[in-house]
Design a protein around this ligand. Sequence first.
Ligand code: NDP
Length: 309
Amino acid sequence: MTRIYFAAGARRWADYSTHLPAALAEAGVQAEIVTKAPDPATVDYIVFAPGGDITDFTPFTRARAVLGLWAGVERIVGNRTLTQPLCRMVDQGLTEGMVEWVTGHVLRHHLNLDRWIRGEPGWHQDAPPLARERTVAMLGLGELGAACARTLAGLNFRVLGWSRAPKTLPGIETAHGEAGLQQVLSRAGIVVTLLPATPETENLLDARRLGWLPPGAVVLNPGRGCLIDEAALLAALDAGRLGHATLDVFRTEPLPEDHPFRGHRRVTITPHIAAETRPYSAARVIAENIRRGEAGEPFLHLVDRTRGY
Ligand code: NDP
């Protein structure tokens, strides 16, 4: 019988203890799930999350794959003891959550909702522009970035997408490379960063590139904290060159109480809640990959170790 080691921590097991067995049964996989350190040489698949129960994968000589519960893999991809195939989480619940977070925050800034929520005195009937008059840059056109880009384009926003390799997406103008990034940023009223944390994306939005954004532009970061040079972002916000930053992810999480982002009038903080893996749908993704592994079919959502995502 297939042996699965759920090594993502006891707290998470509470969320998966019903959904994973049900999803495996639905996928037609006969499996035994163990949650307490088994003999590593008996394990066929490892379900993993950062902060979970394994740091050294060397003894898991029989494991056919490590199946992550997180979309981002920066906390495991550099682990040199990991030689097994690594699959990350691509989950419908995660994607829907991200689309809703991004769309909500784009609309907040597009419609300048704060002005009306604050209760501006007087009667100034200056209507906001239409979405078709607003340009949104989407940095990252993967599972999450492409879904957000499609939704925003569906609301008529002019969406400019940027990725590592050239990409074609209906209704979205795309670019890649450094010159492409400059073209995209220099036209963006709102920029969304949905890139993975890799050595190449570290401080992608530094002082120079933030300087390419038009005055008053808004930055939304639901990707990873390291994508933005914090000091450069704060300097641009303090100088009033950028209008606002809405940040879900940070270099240090939880964000320290004395961090200059806290209480900043041009910064909105959400505590890494933009999108969460939903156990009922994520369990199906794990089960499908185990089914594939057992049937000798290629795994879904394999991480490319050389790219780091
Ligand atoms: P994908 O791997 O599907 O997509 C990544 C995208 O980034 C791709 O379009 C890729 O380009 C692009 N990219 C990667 N490196 C570069 C680079 N050096 N230059 C330009 N483009 C680059 O990831 P997802 O869309 O699933 O997720 C994106 C990130 O969102 C995750 O890595 C994670 O950090 C974050 N996240 C945040 C959550 C939250 O709650 N805040 C929840 C889930 C994820 P190409 O298409 O050419 O490969």
